[in-house]
Ligand binder design. Structure first.
Ligand code: FUB
Length: 326
């Protein structure tokens, strides 16, 4: 376990439209990117009942080869968004009994954007990983389970059941648990996003997939949350600038967890990275968006680092454009 002490400039700033409680300053955030001892991307933020905020990102490997060599996951946590603990590695590609063998071709390991959810007192860690060649047609969703949020995970010997055979580019699992305890699974890539109710056992779908409708320019990185009775689905779009990827984060809303969705537009602009991937979470009464940039690496080989900024909502529930801080 490694404690990361940040020499932050402790300045709490309000971005446009934040709801500051009278007399209470907003907590300071660490400067972005806030994890600098290794490269991290695709942050999934979760608040568990110990009061800490946990981050389940993917891990970019240096030296990089695109995203091919990503082979393990670390977990991080904080109780103040300033001081982060690296709990170390929880899962690696070699732990996946059904995984595509790197020796088949090129040593590529493809442990891409994960998510974690707590259900029935256990922690379920979902990760995309190919089972065979050709790798981009054989994505599966692996599951590792633990009684603890940041250690003790065991990878199940089967992938999430019920996804069917058409898994081309279907990555980036996300789980949302509704107020009635029903869990929903979402994933997608290459322009398609699908979801379904999860079985109580959390390891199989309870119904056939529904393909999401109403998402404008969906690329990947689905993330669902609920606020004031409205379901929000955030995702990365396909935006390019000057001939290179400059994906942004968009969102859509619905009054049902599986849509249909109404597209609402961009809330996080392009970063220094071609991909975008983020999560939205409420922590200690404030809303935050986690995402990644390539500021730390200067874009070297697409090495990415996770960032966090405040998220503001308008009276009508629409999301204000995020001010990216550094
Ligand atoms: O990190 C690998 C892939 O890049 C993720 O799965 C995508 O969302 C993109 O961020």
């Amino acid at each position: 376990m490694r404690r990361i002490l940040l020499s932050a400039t402790l300045v709490a700033t309000l971005s446009c439209g934040e709801t500051q409680r009278e007399g209470e300053p907003l907590p300071a955030l660490a400067p972005n990117p806030f994890i600098t001892h290794l490269y991290t991307a695709d942050p999934s933020a979760r608040v568990w009942d110990d009061g800490r905020l946990y981050l389940y990102p993917s891990h970019d490997i240096d030296p990089p080869r695109g995203c091919d060599l990503m082979d393990k996951y670390h977990v991080f946590s904080t109780d103040d968004l300033l001081h982060w603990t690296d709990h170390g590695q929880i899962v690696e590609a070699a732990d996946v009994p059904w995984g595509r063998k790197p020796s088949l071709a090129d040593g590529a390991t493809f442990m891409w954007a994960p998510d974690c959810i707590r259900k029935n007192g256990r922690y379920y860690f979902y990760f995309p990983h190919p089972s065979d060649d050709p790798w981009n047609s054989n994505w599966r969703i692996g599951i590792a389970v633990s009684d603890r949020p940041a250690s003790g995970f065991t990878v199940l010997d089967h992938w999430l059941e019920g996804l069917g055979d058409d898994n081309f580019a279907m990555i980036d699992p996300n789980i949302f648990v509704d107020d009635d305890g029903q869990a929903y699974f979402y994933y997608g890539g290459g322009g398609r996003c699908a979801g379904a109710r999860l079985h109580e056992n959390m390891t199989e779908l309870a119904e056939p997939l529904t393909f999401m409708t109403g998402l404008n320019d969906f690329h990947e990185a689905a993330w669902v949350f609920k606020r004031n009775g409205t379901y929000y689905l955030t995702y990365a779009d396909n935006h390019t600038e000057n001939g290179r990827g400059a994906n942004r984060m968009r969102y859509a809303v619905s009054n049902k967890p599986l849509g249909p969705w109404a597209g609402k537009g961009v809330f996080l602009g392009s970063t220094s990275c071609d991909t975008s991937h983020g999560s939205v979470v409420e922590y200690k009464g404030e809303w935050y968006v986690f995402y990644h940039s390539s500021d730390l690496s200067g874009g070297r080989g697409n090495l990415r680092s996770v960032c966090v900024d405040r998220l503001g909502f308008n009276e009508d529930g629409t999301i204000r454009t995020v001010r990216q801080t550094r």
